[in-house]
Design a protein around this ligand. Structure first.
Ligand code: UT7
Length: 327
């Protein structure tokens, strides 16, 4: 039985099309200056018509499998964290399983919005540590451009499309998962949500006319929640593992808004330069944000062997959580 799980390989995929702040200036009453100073986002990516969440997930997964040196046929489980599944039925993970040519292994989606990747990593970690699975593909993928209202300047500037994936397997002393802790508070469900299209408010002509199939966001409230939840999740992980600020080599926060990261950094004794950021180029890609960041940080030597790396997520649900890796 494996004692720990490791990340054996990483991959990411961003669609080619860029939506710059100048492009958004032509769609809504906004400005590059407002978007840059309030969010730090310069541009985001948009999937091509017909390019769906499973397609992005498969691209990222192929790279993660290649970097792990694992064949899709060796996978024991596929988990896709997403809030924009290809369809409500079946799970996007089943589409990914088929497209990758994986065996008929358990494949399911996790709906925890922007915290979905950390939730999924924790599930995979438990399966591997218990010996119930050997190799698990964990993907965060979202095509948010399909649920963003491009007439709402309060949300359309924030989000982008992308996918990130990791292959997890029995611990090998590299990139081991030391810890994961998850939280949720459903009392805040309507602070970040898509009102219609589920069983409560099924799709109808009226729901489409009322634009109820798009993301609704209480920006200021989510901002405050994000800062508190992220800072608390990091603090909790450090306390539970008895880590001092000097022990932390890198923090990979959910990439939503540079001001959220700045505020978190102000509240914690971890040096600001240890926080990895790429949100200027991709905006908020929800469940994809942390695995894309891990892939880029690993590729750029931002993550070094032996370093403690904290992943910190928050999102709709409300959900939040952290994980600690020893890279
Ligand atoms: O993964 C979780 C997803 N959600 C988030 O992470 C969002 C968290 N929240 C935020 O990042 C910020 O709250 C926003 C970036 C969404 C908004 O920034 P803010 O500093 O909290 O602005 P605000 O909502 O307080 O709005 C300030 C002003 C308002 O105008 P008035 O009422 O002061 O006249 C807004 O109407 O800015 C206006 N505004 C804009 N102006 C130009 C809102 N969006 C825009 C825009 N361009 N795109």
């Amino acid at each position: 039985m494996a004692v720990r799980s490791s990340i054996l390989g990483t991959g990411s995929y961003l669609p080619e099309k860029r939506i710059t702040n100048a492009d958004l200036e032509k769609m809504v009453d906004t400005s590059d200056e407002w978007i840059m100073t309030r969010t730090g986002i310069r541009e985001r990516r948009m999937a091509a018509p017909g390019q769906n969440t499973s397609d992005l997930a498969v691209e990222a997964s192929r790279k993660a499998l290649a970097s792990a040196g694992i064949d899709a046929k060796d996978l024991d489980m596929i988990i896709v964290a997403t809030l924009t599944p290809d369809a409500l039925l079946p799970a996007t993970a089943c589409m990914v399983q088929h497209k990758l040519g994986a065996r008929m292994v358990a494949s399911f989606d996790v709906v925890a919005a922007c915290s979905g990747f950390v939730y999924s990593l924790s599930i995979a970690d438990h399966y591997i540590r218990s010996g119930s699975a050997r190799y698990i593909l964990v993907i965060g993928a979202d095509v948010l451009s399909r649920v963003v209202d491009y007439t709402d300047r309060g949300t359309c500037v924030l989000f982008g499309d992308g996918a990130g994936a990791v292959v997890m397997g029995p611990g090998n002393g590299r990139a081991e998962v030391l810890y994961a802790k998850l939280h949720a508070d459903g009392s805040g469900a309507q602070k970040l949500y898509i009102p219609a299209g589920g069983s409560a408010i099924p799709a109808s002509r009226e729901t489409v006319d009322a634009r109820l199939h798009f993301i609704k966001l209480s920006g200021r409230e989510i901002f405050k929640f994000a800062v508190t939840a992220t800072a608390e999740a990091i603090r909790e992980a450090m306390e539970d593992l008895n880590l001092s600020p000097g022990d932390i080599g890198a923090v990979i926060p959910h990439q939503a808004n540079v001001r959220i990261v700045d505020s978190v950094a102000e509240r914690l004794p971890i040096a600001r330069e240890k926080y990895f950021l790429n949100l200027d180029r991709y905006g908020n890609t929800s469940a994809a944000s942390i695995p894309i960041a891990i892939d880029e940080a690993a590729g750029r030597d931002f993550l070094k062997p032996g370093m403690h790396v904290i992943l910190a997520a928050f999102g709709g649900g409300l959900t939040w959580g952290s994980a600690v890796l020893r890279w």
